[in-house]
Design a protein around this ligand. Structure first.
Ligand code: BTN
Length: 312
């Protein structure tokens, strides 16, 4: 079942967190303009969701909270938040919402996915502990520049990981986020457009946060830091970075930010695309997000899609 933003729960948790000691139902009700019965109903819902809230003659005290991406835990998010314990793919849910008119900034998050989708038709394993989120945007850009939205999200993820956790996140073309050469996040973009205008894009991000990673080329934030990471803090930071970067979508500055975080440029790479393989040096990223590669024959080629392997 989807859970939507719930202001009273956010407010009750805010007051319980800032107090640290018990707060009576009467006081909560007075501060939030609600009856004690209404407060109790919300507290009961929170307890059913895994919040440990102690009840005594003095009132309610928050003992601990689960690390779930519940809508009321995501502060400062501008759009609607649709939260699921489990879903096939957040991409499919978000696309349906967008088709029905959901506004820019709407997000769909799931604690796990049974049919997570990766790039190039691959599967994206989505066990509990990761962030699985699809963001709907309605940017005013031409379809030819739509790939920039995915570049933007990868920049946002890398910047958020750097700022919040201090880890040296970098980018691998087209949209992977790496830490010390190992993948921590993948970004998937789907778009609906007319000939000359984008109707909406759905930007999916899958981030290994508190998950165990079995692949040598992958890592998780927990593995890098040696401790659990608050997924809600990471996601809040990413969404706020996206908001800050959106204004740059049509500018060279966005590409410059991508370049400054890039682990791909100036490297020897192999690109395995649809039916072709190119080896050479990655020299630049073009205005539509394409990678410019100088082949072994010295000629420049522009690559729009494919898997990129760093050779050196
Ligand atoms: C990649 O292949 O690197 C992209 C992976 C994208 C995975 C995310 S998880 C949230 C969203 N829902 C999906 O089914 N896929 C994307």
């Amino acid at each position: 079942m989807a859970e939507m933003v719930n202001q009273p729960k956010a407010a009750i948790l805010g007051l319980l967190r800032s107090s640290g000691s018990p707060v009576s139902g009467t006081q909560l009700g007075r501060e939030l303009g609600m009856s004690r019965v209404a407060i109790w109903k919300h507290v009961r819902d929170l307890m059913a969701r895994g919040y440990d809230i102690e009840r005594s003659g003095l009132g309610y005290r928050l003992v601990s909270a689960p690390d779930l991406l519940l809508p009321w835990e995501l502060r400062g998010v501008r759009g609607e938040v649709h939260h699921f314990d489990e879903v096939g793919s957040t991409m499919d849910v978000a696309r349906e919402l967008a088709r029905k008119g959901a506004g820019t900034g709407t997000i769909v998050v799931a604690e796990r996915q049974s049919g997570g989708k990766g790039r190039l038709g691959r599967q994206w394993l989505s066990p509990p502990g990761g962030i699985y989120c699809s963001l709907i945007l309605r940017p005013r850009i031409s379809p030819a520049h739509a790939a920039r939205t995915a570049l933007m999200v990868s920049v946002a993820v890398a910047q958020a990981i750097r700022k919040v956790l201090g880890l040296p996140a970098e980018l691998k073309w087209p949209n992977d986020v790496l830490i010390q050469g190992r993948k921590v996040c993948g970004v998937l973009a789907e778009m609906q457009a007319e000939a000359d205008a984008v109707d909406f894009v759905v930007l999916g991000m899958g981030i290994n946060v508190n998950t165990s990673v079995s692949e040598a080329r992958a890592t998780s934030l927990r593995e890098e830091l040696g401790r659990q990471v608050s997924r809600s803090h990471v996601l809040e930071a990413i969404l706020s970075e996206v908001e800050a970067l959106e204004g740059l979508l049509g500018t060279q500055e966005l590409l410059e930010k991508w370049k400054s975080l890039s682990a791909t440029l100036n490297r020897s790479v192999r690109i395995v695309g649809l039916g072709e393989e190119i080896e050479g040096e990655a020299v630049d990223v073009g205005s539509g997000g394409e990678l410019i590669v100088r082949g072994r024959d010295g000629l420049l080629r522009s690559v729009v899609a494919g898997d990129c392997f760093h050779l050196s």
